[in-house]
Every structure is written in structure tokens, then in C-alpha cells.
Design a binder for this molecule. Structure first.
Ligand SMILES: Nc1ncnc2c1ncn2[C@@H]1O[C@H](COP(=O)(O)OP(=O)(O)OP(=O)(O)O)[C@@H](O)[C@H]1O
Length: 275
């Protein structure tokens, strides 16, 4: 499903990814662990073509994710890959159902998408996705009336409505209480098991990684320092992952856009498509 070879990414002199080799098979739940600045978000953003790698090969569901110059290739890639962000990028003023339907925007024709014409099948699919995260009873409510955890579940339903082959989740539970965090990871794992979706999930919580991941990779200073089944992760590996943060990664300075700016631009483009 995902094949990564010698992947590198650098911003100016700051080398963020230093030759990543990774294969992810269909239906696998892969957790990426690593300290802040290790390159976890950068890796996910390369996989969905949000940023262009500096070198190496990256194929995702049959698409060349290094070829971000081709709009056609990028559109095809993005149809297969759904993103879930830390700050549950839902559009607050829209209803829950409409937010989930935005997951269909990349799959319908440009005209239908501009006019927001969704078929009955799309609405039924969106309702089914809401059922999976146990929020179908909230379909008609404005999304800003929901709690943070509920909004993140809407984000998952929207990702599922896209019918993706891959879901990339970038610290999806960072701002949630422990109980809601487990619930969110459970929904993701169920989607992975029941729908055969490949999930790559960046996490900071080692215990959640052990419980929910089929497999864990550890990233430190832009290199993979651990790759194994969840039950193979030992304390020595954890030390290796969290003790090995490269000094250059620590000192890295954002030269173009910060996380917040990338997430904000995604939110704005969604709002633009719907207003
Ligand atoms: N758009 C950008 N422009 C310049 N440098 C960037 C950009 N995005 C990330 N970086 C740099 O890349 C490095 C890795 O950042 P990244 O966000 O991938 O780390 P991370 O492991 O996801 O961290 P966190 O857990 O804090 O989210 C950091 O040094 C950061 O400064």
C-alpha cells in the first residue's frame, strides 16, 4: 500500500527526514512514535503530497507521492488518503452531517462540488460513517455545539466518508481527555479492521501505541530507530527513540509555514469550498 525508499526532506540546511525506508501493508495500523521535532508530521505530509520530499521514492496506493507537480496525480493521491489533524479541522458553523459530507468533495465532480450537490448515496454513506463514531443523532446539529472529543469523531467520520485506502492521523488525541482519547483510537482501529483501511497514526503516548498499534515505528532525528510489532517495544527501544533527538532537529527553525499555518490553510480551503 505504501512503499518508502531513502526518503529525505530538508528545509534549507535543516535536514528533517534522513533516508526513511518503510513498507506499510493494506489494513495495517501503524503508530509512529518520536519526540517533538523528530519529523513525524513531515513524514505524514510527504505521504499525502502536502509537501514535496527532497529525495527518495514514495508510492502510496499506486500513486507517486513525490510527483506533487502534477495536479492530476495529486488529486488521485488525495482521493485515496484522508487526513485527521490534532485540532479536528471541522468547519464549526456547518452541521455535523455537512462536515462529514465534505469528505465526499474530492470524489464528486467539480460542478457538483461547487454546488454542493450530494447524492442520496453520499448522504447515506455520511450517515453510516456517523453511526460508526456513534454520532448519527447529532447529524443535524451545528458542529460548534459539540465537545472537542465529539468534533474529533466528526473528523474521523469525514475521513471515512472519503472512502480512503489510507488514513493519516497526526496526533489525533493530543487535546483529549484519557477516556475520549481511547474512544477515538478505538474508532480508528475499528475502521482499520472492519474496512481494511491502512492507518498511520502519530502519537506521543507509548501505552496507547502498544495497545492500538499492530506495529510501531520510532522516529528520532529524522531516522527510523525502531520498527517492530507492538509487543516487541521494550524500554531500551523507548530510550533509543526519546533519547536520540538530533541536535539539528531540536534547533530547527520553521522557514516557511508552521503547523498551525498548514492546518489553518486546510481549514480555509474547506470553508472556501463550502461558502
Ligand atoms: N514548513 C516547515 N518549514 C521549515 N521547517 C519545518 C517546517 N515544518 C517542519 N519543519 C521542521 O522540521 C522538523 C520536524 O518537524 P515535525 O513537525 O515533522 O516534527 P514532529 O515530530 O511532528 O514534532 P511534534 O511532535 O512536535 O509535532 C522541525 O525541526 C521543524 O522545525
Amino acid at each position: 500500500m505504501i512503499k518508502i525508499r531513502s526518503l529525505t526532506k530538508q528545509y534549507g540546511k535543516n535536514v528533517v527526514l534522513r533516508g526513511i525506508d518503510l513498507d506499510v501493508v493494506p489494513g495495517e495500523f501503524l503508530v509512529v512514535l518520536g519526540p517533538s521535532g523528530a519529523g513525524k508530521s513531515t513524514l505524514l505530509r510527504c505521504i499525502n503530497g502536502l509537501i514535496t520530499p527532497s529525495g527518495g521514492e514514495l508510492s502510496v496506493a499506486g500513486f507517486d507521492a513525490t510527483n506533487t507537480a502534477s495536479r492530476r496525480n495529486l488529486r488521485g493521491l488525495r482521493q485515496q488518503v484522508a487526513m485527521i489533524f490534532q485540532h479536528h479541522n471541522v468547519v464549526p458553523r456547518l452541521s455535523v452531517l455537512k462536515n462529514v459530507l465534505t469528505g465526499r468533495l474530492g470524489q464528486v465532480s467539480t460542478l457538483s462540488s461547487l454546488l454542493q450537490l450530494f447524492s442520496r448515496q453520499d448522504v447515506a454513506l455520511a450517515m453510516d460513517c456517523l453511526r460508526r463514531v456513534e454520532l448519527e443523532h447529532k447529524a443535524g446539529e451545528r458542529t460548534d455545539a459539540l465537545s472537542g472529543g465529539q468534533r474529533q469523531r466528526v473528523g474521523i467520520a469525514r475521513a471515512l466518508a472519503q472512502r480512503p485506502k489510507v488514513i493519516l492521523a497526526d496526533e489525533p488525541i493530543a487535546s483529549l481527555d484519557p477516556k475520549t482519547a481511547r474512544l477515538v483510537l478505538q474508532y480508528l482501529r475499528d475502521a482499520c479492521r472492519e474496512l481494511g483501511i491502512t492507518v498511520i497514526c502519530n502519537l506521543h503516548q507509548v501505552e496507547h501505541a502498544r495497545e492500538f498499534g499492530d506495529r510501531i515505528v520510532g522516529l528520532a532525528g529524522g531516522k527510523l530507530v525502531f520498527d517492530g510489532r507492538s509487543n516487541e517495544l521494550r524500554d531500551s527501544h523507548i530510550n533509543l527513540i526519546y533519547g536520540g533527538l538530533d541536535k539539528t532537529a531540536q534547533a530547527g527553525v520553521y522557514e516557511t509555514a508552521t503547523h498551525a499555518e498548514v492546518q489553518r490553510s486546510t481549514e480555509l480551503s474547506l470553508q472556501g469550498a463550502l461558502s
